[in-house]
Ligand binder design. Structure first.
Ligand code: HEM
Ligand code: HEM
Length: 204
């Protein structure tokens, strides 16, 4: 051993280096979990794509309800509209909290329109299922999720809750579909237009 480097110095050096390495990995891990100005982090990306799959299912079942009501396939699949809808609401709440936590470091919006569009989509993804649940409650119907009873009939009907969702749930649902189609279209346009920012890699 080199003069002046005692076993206790080696011990301290090893501890420091181990700590540095574990800090380095922790920092790398937190960098990939949280958003950065260049890219959405793993949690934001997972929520975005999981919910995109969920919404595809919601609009598929909604279209069945609209175009093929009272057919065996709609009768078989319609209960999943409730199940997936409630799942989307839960994921949506987590997504809003996560967006707030990452607000200062997520990729900046490329325009005011993009910022507004994303804001409206956030609002609708919470409002639409909430209206449906409100209608369920107002209609005094039971509601259970994965075997957990979340609403029990109380014997009292609240007509404004039923009417509000009757008026808005489907309409806002189709509006969200139109926004999503526009959203996908804009991602494509930005990717193809060489002078615009390609935003797709931020979400991949
Ligand atoms: C998460 C988002 C949701 C979306 C995007 C969505 C979308 C839609 C759309 C577009 C329709 C219209 C279908 C038609 O015109 O025939 C619809 C209908 C319906 N949805 Fe949803 N839904 C969602 C969540 C839910 C939830 C959580 C429930 C139940 C608690 C629910 C219950 C219903 C019912 C009962 C109808 C038929 C009556 C109506 O048109 O308002 N939905 N939904
Ligand atoms: C094939 C389908 C989809 C593609 C290719 C896509 C692509 C993208 C991309 C590239 C971004 C980043 C945009 C930017 O930072 O400027 C983004 C963000 C976003 N997308 Fe999508 N998207 C899809 C489906 C959806 C769906 C179904 C929703 C549901 C409403 C949605 C809601 C959002 C929102 C709210 C943002 C803002 C960032 C966030 O908070 O997650 N997207 N999307």
């Amino acid at each position: 051993m080199h003069a002046g480097i005692t076993p206790s110095t080696v011990f301290v050096m090893e501890r420091v280096s181990k700590r540095y390495r574990s800090n380095f990995f922790l920092r790398r891990l937190s960098l990939s979990i949280f958003d950065s100005t260049e890219k959405y982090g793993a949690v934001s990306r997972a929520l975005h794509w999981l919910m995109a799959i969920g919404f595809t299912w919601m609009f598929f079942t909604a279209a069945l309800h609209f175009f093929a009501d009272e057919t065996p396939i709609t009768e078989a699949l319609w209960p999943t509209h409730y199940l997936m809808g409630f799942t989307i609401l839960c994921l949506g709440v987590i997504r809003v909290i996560w967006a707030a936590v990452n607000m200062s470091r997520r990729p900046p919006s490329i325009s005011l329109m993009a910022r507004l569009g994303h804001g409206v989509m956030y609002l609708l993804m919470l409002v639409i299922p909430t209206l449906a649940l409100l209608r369920n409650y107002g209609a005094d119907r039971p509601f259970s999720y994965l075997g957990i009873q979340l609403m029990e009939p109380t014997g009292e009907k609240i007509s404004w809750m039923v009417d509000l969702a009757g008026l808005l749930h489907g309409e806002l649902g189709w509006t969200l579909l139109a926004l999503i189609i526009g959203h996908i279209g804009m991602v494509y346009v930005h990717r193809k237009n060489t002078s615009a920012t390609d935003v797709l890699p931020r979400m991949l």
